[in-house]
Design a protein around this ligand. Sequence first.
Ligand code: AMP
Ligand code: MG
Length: 328
Amino acid sequence: MICLGIESTAHTFGAGIVDSEKRVLANIKDSFTTEKGGIVPAKAADHHVEVCDKVINEALETAKLSIKDIDLISFSQAPGIGHCLRIGAFAARSLAMFHNIPIIGVNHCIAHLSIGEMLTGATDPVLLYASGANTQIIAYEGKKYRVFGESLDMGVGNFLDSFARYIGLGFPGGPKIYELALKGKKFIELPYSVKGMDVSFGGLLTNLKQKFDSGKYRVEDLCYSLQETVFAMLVEVSERAMAHCGKNELLLGGGVACNKRLQEMAKEMCKERSAKCFIPENEFLVDNGAMIAWQGILEYSAGKRMSIEESVILPYQRVDEVVVNWKD
Ligand code: AMP
Ligand code: MG
């Protein structure tokens, strides 16, 4: 079975083609970026409308396939920015109806976990999902994916991007903060907010802005210290979730997981507790169509079906609302 997966939850419009033999035949994307300011939903949606034909066609060309070879179309149905989700759903529905191909909508967060398992061989991991809008610790327990911990305010990526924006860097800010952090030398004590398995970044963001405005600190030292602080928070709650669930695998997902320092800290924690740390290639950590395609294959192969009427977007769906039919 060959599946075309369409991703459009936020800034990225992606089209991936994956087959049931776990081969990624194409994974093309085009992301909305800005020099100044963050994601404006309507503008990101305009971006997706502009690039959707091009991205899907490029995926088909890369895979050396025509739309007639596609057996299944999957799309990110949830969660995400409504404006953006709607464009992917519209593209998926149009192709499905015009070419008479079955359609299936999937949960984006679960897709991050499934592609990670498929690529790395992880079997029952705790997922540290660190992306722009989402920061969650997710694991499969009692026949459902459940959120064991999460950010109580903004996602860690949004936190990085907000601070980057404040100090005059564009979007996405995470990679720029990483570069500056490499030149940091002095650790500056910052607020550390962990409550059980939850984290929050709002107070830290305010504190950093005040420190930046005071002019007393090198920006490189602020970036270095903020990375050390927030990644320690993320790794701490991941470890707590692993201990709570009795799982000995950690899987990383989300754009912020591309950060080499976070990867290093996650590996170190796993090593100390004799657990395994799995990190997919960057291309599959960030939002991408291949993970949506693979999730579509998993659910369709296990018997899930969706009518066009049911293929409405669900911007606020949480992972524990998804009926899991593809796992024991
Ligand atoms: P996603 O929403 O999963 O596509 O991830 C997007 C987020 O990842 C944005 O907030 C980026 O700033 C962040 N990001 C991307 N690369 C890095 C990196 N190397 N270090 C930290 N954050 C990153
Ligand atoms: Mg994502």
